[in-house]
Design a protein around this ligand. Structure first.
Ligand code: ADP
Length: 483
């Protein structure tokens, strides 16, 4: 991306350089047009004066020539040439010390100067200059010498322009400014409309630091970095939002799954619970009958005992039903600081009857120092139920099946250990039993243990497993503030 931006900057700089070059060429064309027209005007003016001055040297020509040379320094010489039969005489005007007469030795080339008014421009013998000849009268010529350096002087604008001026194919001068240009662009112009058919080429070189000026490139890179940073922040924020939404959805699904698990487990425990409920209900029936008899024989003492017993048993049944309702409710998780020994006893109360029905012994041991733990009571119950039911399943058909639940405090955590004396877990499966959908049961879903792990994670706890006689699951829970 940075490279593309630098590339764009280079293209932009090159394009604006080309436009500067066109501008420069246009200005030079206008300047040249104006100056060449001045030369033609001087030739006409001087020609008229020459024609009026048959005798030379002439003070009129000298006066006008001096004036022209002072005002137009690029015109370095004004000469009249008279072609005689024997010799060709040249009178050079415009010098402060007066006209200078010389004889021209080489025969003058008169090509293009056949009739009066004809002009011919030619490179001069002196470098960086050219001469314009004009036939002003029979055998009388006028010659202007032009300094090309002064002709094209446009001042320096700090840009690397170079130019090449030629006349009739002869290079009059060539400037080459600066080296190390990476790219060059040229424009050409012709002045063939004037008496001086000049050809000018204007070129411009582009150095690396012109195409990609360091301060601009740095500014661009900084802007790019800022834009990239903003895009990355936006992406990060939207990823964060998406993952929050996914987490919320996952929590919702987990909560539904957990509740479905509890409702399902309740169905499986139904016969054990019915059995447990049958006890207080049967007791209430016989106590009510006893109360009725006590009333008939007028024994208020027996009546009071029977009614007290009824109240106790009704409360017991009510407690069982309340626990069942709380367990299958979809109430949201609520982390509380609760006495853990009690939470374990309460949790086991719902499965006790079912376990007993299956002929399994449940041994619960708790140390005095357990204290409290920060848990969601319903989730904790569900974890214990899953572990106890898995243990019961694993011990089906075994001799003397026993499940032990041990609650103890270890430094700043509470351990709840659920162990059985079943076959244990196949060592090759030990690393996978917390993976969703891992099951060895024909009717298993493989979701019980992963759910236990998630529920404990939400309580900042964890679970691990090992084989120790049978399977041994250890729950780690943070201790609560209360003791
Ligand atoms: P499911 O009970 O539906 O199979 P779980 O995730 O609760 O799903 O258990 C996964 C697997 O872990 C069980 O299929 C079983 O193979 C193994 N497992 C769990 N608890 C015990 C245990 N106490 N003794 C032996 N294997 C067990």
């Amino acid at each position: 991306m940075s490279l593309a931006a630098i590339g764009l900057l280079v293209v932009y700089q090159y394009a604006s350089g080309l436009s500067d070059l066109s501008e420069r060429t246009r200005s030079m064309e206008m300047l040249l047009a104006e100056r060449l027209a001045q030369h033609d005007a001087h030739l006409s003016g001087l020609g008229a004066v020459v024609r009026m001055s048959p005798d030379e040297p002439s003070t009129s020509i000298q006066g006008l020539a001096e004036n022209i040379i002072t005002r137009y320094p690029r015109i370095t010489d004004i000469t009249t040439i008279t072609i005689g039969d024997e010799i060709t005489r040249a009178v050079s005007y415009g010098r402060p010390q007066g006209p200078e007469i010389t004889d021209l030795q080489p025969k003058l080339d008169l090509t293009g100067l056949e009739k009066i008014g004809d002009t011919s421009a030619r490179p001069a013998a002196t470098p960086h200059s050219y001469e314009i000849f004009k036939l002003v009268a029979p055998k009388r010529l006028l010659r202007l010498r032009i300094d090309t350096d002064a002709l094209l002087d446009m001042g320096d604008d700090g840009v690397e322009y170079s130019s090449m001026l030629s006349l009739n194919g002869t290079v009059l001068f060539e400037t080459s400014r600066g080296t190390g240009a990476l790219l060059t662009a040229s424009n050409a112009l012709d002045t063939s409309n004037y008496s001086q058919p000049l050809h000018l080429t204007v070129s411009r070189g582009f150095r690396l630091n012109e195409l990609s000026p360091p301060h601009l490139a740095l500014l661009l890179l900084a802007a790019l970095a800022a834009i990239t940073w903003l895009i990355m922040r936006y992406r990060h924020a939207s990823r964060e939002r998406q993952s929050q939404e996914r987490r919320a959805l996952l929590f919702e699904q987990e909560a539904k799954l957990a509740q479905a698990g509890r409702v399902n487990a309740m169905g499986e425990m139904a016969s054990g619970i019915a059995h447990e409920l049958a006890q207080p209900i049967a007791a209430m029936l016989s106590q009510s009958q006893a109360a009725k008899r006590a009333l008939a024989i007028d024994r208020p003492d027996i009546l009071e005992t029977a009614i007290d017993a009824n109240i106790r048993d009704a409360r017991r049944a009510g407690d069982i039903l309340a626990r069942m309702r709380a367990y299958v409710s979809g109430a949201p998780a609520r982390i509380e600081d609760v006495p853990l020994a009690e939470a374990v006893t309460d949790a086991l109360r719902l499965v006790e009857a079912d376990i007993a029905q299956r002929g399994i012994t449940l041994v619960v041991t708790q140390s005095d120092e357990v204290g409290t733990g920060c848990i969601d009571v319903i989730s904790f119950q569900q974890v214990l139920h899953n572990l106890v039911r898995n243990a019961a399943d694993a011990m089906a058909g075994r001799q003397d099946p026993t499940i032990t639940v041990d609650v103890r405090r270890l430094r700043d955590e509470v351990l709840v250990i659920v162990a059985d004396n079943g076959p244990g877990i196949d060592p090759s499966s030990l690393g996978r039993i917390f993976d969703p959908f891992f099951t060895t049961k024909t009717d298993g879903m493989g979701l019980g243990l992963p759910l236990c792990a998630r529920l404990l994670e939400k309580m900042n706890g964890s679970i691990e497993v090992c084989n120790d006689g049978g399977a041994r699951f250890t729950i780690h829970l943070p201790t609560g503030a209360l003791r």
